[in-house]
Design a protein around this ligand. Sequence first.
Ligand code: LER
Ligand code: MN
Length: 268
Amino acid sequence: MKLSLVVSLEETGFDAVAMRGSWREALRTAADLGYDGVELAVRDPSQVDAEAVLRTVRDAGLAVPAIGTGQAYLKDGLSLSHPDEGIRARAIERLETHIRIATVFGAAVIVGLLRGRITGDRAATEARLSGALRRILPLAEREKIPVVFEPVNRYETDFLVTMDEVLDLINRLASPALGILADTFHMNIEEASIESSLRRARPRLRHVHVADSNRHAPGWGHLDFPALVRVLRELGYTGYLSAEILPRPDPVSAARQAIAHLRPLLSA
Ligand code: LER
Ligand code: MN
């Protein structure tokens, strides 16, 4: 297993991004602290000079395991399940540009908040989301870019909050490109057992977000990270643990704490 740190390419209103401000500086900090990669939070890929980011990533000796899309929802109001067809079409188009930029980095693309919320009837909301994903997945399959769908806790959305709900959706869509992202912060709120959820999700598990119970850096809350690493190892997971943590008491201290807590568990 490898470690990455979530870095936003622009100022963000989303709180659990440890590194913000200058992304060049954030990449250097991640590399200096010993991270293997950076997960890039990208609102609109058309505003990003992907080649410049790639050069900086390579110079720092980092990989990019995943591209986050949540800011397209938070800042631009896009949603894959929106009842307004125009907004939904723009969300689909935006996610396609995320898939294209992901090919530059060999990264997965995350669908978290971009799924939207239940509007009106739940079945109709699900049908709109499934329709949007069916439009996008052929491109992901052709480009061999995994799309990883993230269960998000009830305080951030009312739509697809548990691992089982997302696994159902994934099974129904039956696309080899579609996987699941397990986020320890959300799982701690929604799952009866983090361990058994991970076991059920294993065939589709492609990415993991780590934060402690309070979304602080691992070790600063009450989640059992040794147990988490043990079960992931037993399941044969060799992907990234990506720190999506609050920038407190300050960004660098949080990023340093996350790797100080997790690296020894991975090398044990
Ligand atoms: C939202 O809380 C989250 O965890 C993000 O990864 C989803 O966009
Ligand atoms: Mn997350």
